[in-house]
Design a binder for this molecule. Structure first.
Ligand code: ZN
Length: 145
């Protein structure tokens, strides 16, 4: 996402777009970027600086750190903010800043979200055993005696 700064006036300029997943350069063993990145940004130029702020949204594929299943991991960067001091370069590429903010939003270790079956959790759960043994009614009978 490249801005031509001489075109920027005093009015805020909306920058809504869709960037390809490839800009993330996310080709890790545990993480893959496949979905496009939706940007809702506004560029605002003042006398001192150019301010670009807004939200970024995408979904990456991460491997659960416990059961190794691939999960869709939604990413919402609500406070994207980048500043460029005057004098501005003629061309400003926002892509590195967008890439960095999305990568920073990734978890160190992803785990299956609540509501989704994580095989690791299933293996950890001990078989349910009745607190009072198998014969609950026998215990009640003893109370009567
Ligand atoms: Zn899992």
């Amino acid at each position: 996402m490249i801005l031509h700064t001489p075109d920027l006036g005093a009015d805020p300029l909306p920058l809504e777009g869709v960037l390809p997943a490839e800009i993330l350069e996310l080709e890790e063993e545990f993480a893959q970027a496949e979905a496009p990145i939706v940007t809702r940004l506004v560029a605002q130029r003042t006398e001192e600086e150019l301010l670009v702020s807004g939200t970024l949204q995408t979904t990456v594929r991460l491997q659960c750190g416990r059961c190794c299943a691939w999960i869709d991991w939604p990413i919402h960067v609500n406070g994207f903010l980048v500043r460029f001091q005057e004098p501005l370069d003629e061309w400003i590429d926002l892509t590195p800043a967008i890439r960095e903010d999305i990568l920073l939003a990734l978890p160190i270790v992803a785990t299956c979200p609540p509501g989704q079956v994580c095989e690791w959790e299933e293996r950890q759960a001990p078989p349910a055993e009745p607190v009072h043994g198998q014969d609950v009614w026998k215990a009640l009978d003893q109370l009567k005696e």
